[in-house]
Design a protein around this ligand. Sequence first.
Ligand SMILES: Cc1cc2nc3c(=O)[nH]c(=O)nc-3n(C[C@H](O)[C@H](O)[C@H](O)COP(=O)(O)OP(=O)(O)OC[C@H]3O[C@@H](n4cnc5c(N)ncnc54)[C@H](O)[C@@H]3O)c2cc1C
Length: 555
Amino acid sequence: MNEEIKKELAETFKGEISNTQEDIKEASRDTSLFTRTPSLITYPTDVDDLATLVKTIRKAKERDNTLSISVTARSGGTDMSGGPLTTSVVASFTKHMNHVIEVGDNYAITEPGVYYRDFEKETLKKGILLPSYPASREICAMGGIVANNSGGERTLAYGKTQKYVEELEVVLSDGSITTFKALTNTELEEKKKLDTLEGDIYRKMDILITDNMDVIEKHKPKVSKNSAGYAIWSIRDKDTHTFNLAKLICGSQGTLALWSKAKLGLVVPKPHRAMLVIFLTKMDILPEIVQRVLTQNPESFESYDDKTFTLAVKFLPEMLKQMGLAKATRLGIDFIPEMEMVAVGGVPKMILMAEFAEETIEEADAKANKAREALSDLNLQTKIEKNEKESEKYWIVRRESFSLLRKNLHGLYASPFIDDFVVPPETYPEFFPKLNKLLAVYKDHFIYTIAGHVGNGNFHIIPLMNIAKAENRKIVLELAPKVYALVISYGGTTTGEHNDGIIRTPYLPLLFGEKMEELFKTTKQIFDPINIFNPGKKVGGTFDDIERDMLRSNT
Ligand SMILES: Cc1cc2nc3c(=O)[nH]c(=O)nc-3n(C[C@H](O)[C@H](O)[C@H](O)COP(=O)(O)OP(=O)(O)OC[C@H]3O[C@@H](n4cnc5c(N)ncnc54)[C@H](O)[C@@H]3O)c2cc1C
């Protein structure tokens, strides 16, 4: 089949097509617990190339519907859920489709293969940025930021990527090219008249939303961030009375359409920051602290636990090595108090970082002080860092924790399977003891670190375990349903930003219920009736997929 596809593509496809061992190996992994070996890697040069690829795959599937041929998008390949993994054809974007096309006064137009670090360099030339950038900002690309509906440290103040996606040029499952953007009612009615797949999508999605308005409203996630399921609740904007399918494509992990160009709204970041650092020794007052700090509107409110802290100090030399001599020396000195804490066993249970951003340093500092005053009766150890240089070490530990673990734990694998749930912050006092009880059962099998967006109730728990052992792999399917059932019982969601992929797709019925699951299936059917876009993600993924494709070694 590969040879047949290669032959057909050779005539019209301008980019490279590869099945070298090196390219296959690279595309067989992301940062999840999984591996899948693709059959072919393609590197489209532009949207026409991408359309040619989709048409070729579609034709092959139409010739033989039993064929398990499909196309899965890949940008930075940093997904934690298995989203870009496939046994079939990969469309890889970072090689050619990696241009920032335009930066306006409050927007940018970009291709998917642009790394975020390069995107931001361009947008900052105009003093603007995408405030939903993820912690993986140095290694991920725009393709996954949009397709996962990523969020990050500034999401508390600014929201997630979906909010900033204005328009998406996409290739649909018949290989046609269109642009999804906000449509007025009149424009929507015009689109519905089209005798094409696009017209069909507009007609059917309009009916699906209209007929199921109550179910959708009832089941849409109530927490402040979510990447689970299809965001059918976001298509209609009640305030502007518009209909925008770009909001649905955002977060759909390349299962409905492949995007080739995005217009993203951007913001002017506030120039000055001050950080209130809170060293927490007991967890029961966490919700009270969160509530009080949030009244001062921090731009970000992040956290990491004692294990992250201790590992960061342990691997400090490795971390500093990447940073150049001057910065490494300064940070090495900055970290001396932390090294002392670890040496004498005085590590706090959790470190909370509330950062306040304002037009002047005085205003930012005043806000941090106000937040500190609001906590004064709680007897906490706190510290105010008055500028970004002073707060940098906290950000380094917070942002680098997962990368650190992945690189340095020989014989153990940083295993994301309960890595991204969200619960309402007011439930912390009841939720965390119950969660700890569930995790304690496995204390002989793994240690774990918790870091996250404490202000949003979004936590990243990463168990560190030897996944070469079958008994440990079994835990993935044993513990996750318990944690997710608990999260759901407190009104939470299974993923705030990392998305469903292989690891969480089978839990969507548990999270959303049968009726919504049916609507998700219908949505997939409307966009991709012959299932050629990233099958098994969002719809159709099984627990067997998880078991079969889990890594068998720690490297
Ligand atoms: C250390 C670390 C920290 C992280 N921190 C965060 C965080 O703070 N917040 C967060 O949200 N995530 C985080 N992640 C997860 C991940 O980095 C992000 O979701 C990131 O946005 C993925 O981007 P990518 O380009 O690497 O996507 P990829 O891994 O290439 O793909 C992700 C998904 O998007 C699809 N896709 C890619 N390009 C397209 C396209 N053109 N059209 C359609 N579908 C497409 C893929 O098929 C896949 O399903 C982190 C990961 C790591 C390793």
